[in-house]
Design a protein around this ligand. Structure first.
Ligand code: PHB
Length: 390
């Protein structure tokens, strides 16, 4: 089989890229190792920057997001018994939307299928070939058969464990990594929101985040040992921990509900530089990971896709390669800004084992500063909404 763009991975990056290329008259095939049911039900984060909303809308998949997503004009930082608001819209003119990543995936899959797009689920044994030539190919197994996809370009959107990044020779690539000694315990529960806006709470027992999914479903997290198991956490123990970390802040009172999903995620910062080699380009988690504290993961994937779509269009329509040549350099500017922001938020909000009393006071001093100085609050807000200068 032959196509113009072979895309590995049907996450937000791969699906959105495929659809945007289709709208520009460029053909692609998306190969995914998981099933459609798996990608449509995997619970991930849910904060969309305005720029992400704009690109999804331009792709024609924004209707449900606009109807069901919740527009947020600010969020709260809770610490030392206080709750202080970061006025995103007042400080930057922009807001964010809370809409779950797997809902974005459902919308994109539906759009690809409605447009007759080629999507192969459940592929295995994927390998990349001849990426240093003008006619690369992807070999894989699908429904028991050995297949080969010939293409002009391969785009690796297959996450941090995928085969794509490993196809760039290690000698040409530098990996930058920081692993945090804590994780997030995430729950989904039934019940009304405890707060109209997200609350990021710093507490001596550890960080907690109160987020939402809808009027009836809430998303909450608390800092935990990344090696812990959800089996050690009864619902009562989870609620006791969340109440202890969140309720003390200035009259805040969490509303309990029936917990129907529990998971633990590790926290890591990672960047692969370069993000391209020959005819292979990486996008999203295949090239970079951020800890979830800054809510940047999916937004960065979508930003990569914006740069890549423009570069591929310039190649096919204007016969230009300059935008492809500079893809990694262009994308990495935004990525490093988001890496710093996510690291900063994470370091300021979490309980750091072994931190001295002096270091703990520095965290508090920084929170005091970002919540009282308009200049400092603007730094926080413009990074959060995704319009910080790079
Ligand atoms: C979420 O709702 O899942 C969420 C919100 C904000 C974050 C991370 C996750 O920073």
């Amino acid at each position: 089989m032959r196509t113009q763009i072979g895309i590995i991975g049907a996450g937000p990056a791969g699906l959105l890229l495929s659809h945007l290329l289709h709208l520009r008259g460029i053909d692609s095939v998306v190969l995914e190792s998981r099933t459609r049911e798996q990608i449509e039900s995997t619970i991930r984060a849910g904060v969309l920057e305005q720029g992400t909303m704009d690109l999804l809308t331009e792709a024609g998949v924004g209707a449900r997001m606009k109807a069901e997503g919740a527009l947020h004009h600010g969020f709260e930082l809770a610490f030392e018994g206080k709750r202080r608001r970061i006025d995103l819209t007042g400080l930057t003119g922009h807001s964010i939307t809370v809409y779950a990543q797997h809902e974005v995936i459902k919308d994109l899959v539906a759009a690809r299928i409605a447009a007759g797009g080629a999507l192969r689920f459940g592929v295995s044994e994927t390998s990349l070939h001849d990426i240093e030539t003008d006619s690369p190919s992807i070999r894989y197994r699908h429904e028991g058969e050995a297949c080969e996809l010939q293409c002009d370009f391969v785009i690796g959107c297959d996450g941090s464990q995928g085969v794509s990044r490993a196809s760039i020779p290690q000698a040409l690539r530098k990996d930058f990594e920081r692993v945090y000694p804590f994780g997030w315990f995430g729950i989904l529960c039934e019940g009304p929101p405890s707060s109209e806006e997200l609350i990021y709470a710093r507490h001596e027992r550890g960080f907690a985040l109160i987020s939402t999914r809808s009027r009836n479903v809430q998303r909450m997290y608390f800092q935990c040992d990344p090696k812990d198991s959800v089996d050690h956490w009864s619902d009562d123990r989870i609620w006791a921990e969340l109440h202890a970390r969140v309720d003390s802040h200035d009259g805040q009172k969490l509303v309990d509900g029936k917990i129907f999903q529990k998971n633990i995620v590790g926290m890591r910062s990672f960047v692969s530089a370069t993000m391209q080699h020959g005819r292979l380009f990486l996008a999203g988690d295949a090239a970079h990971i951020v800890p979830p504290t800054g809510a940047k993961g999916m937004n960065l994937a979508v930003a990569d896709v914006r740069v890549l779509t423009r570069a591929l269009k310039a190649f096919y329509v204007e016969n230009r390669t300059d935008l492809l040549d500079s893809y990694s350099e262009t994308a990495l500017k935004r990525i490093w800004r988001a890496e710093h922001f996510s690291y900063w938020m994470t370091s300021m909000m979490h309980r750091i084992e072994g931190a001295s009393p002096f270091e703990q006071q520095l965290q508090v001093a920084e929170l005091e500063y970002v919540t009282t100085s308009r200049a400092a609050a603007t730094v926080m807000a413009e990074n959060y909404v995704g319009v910080a200068a790079v």
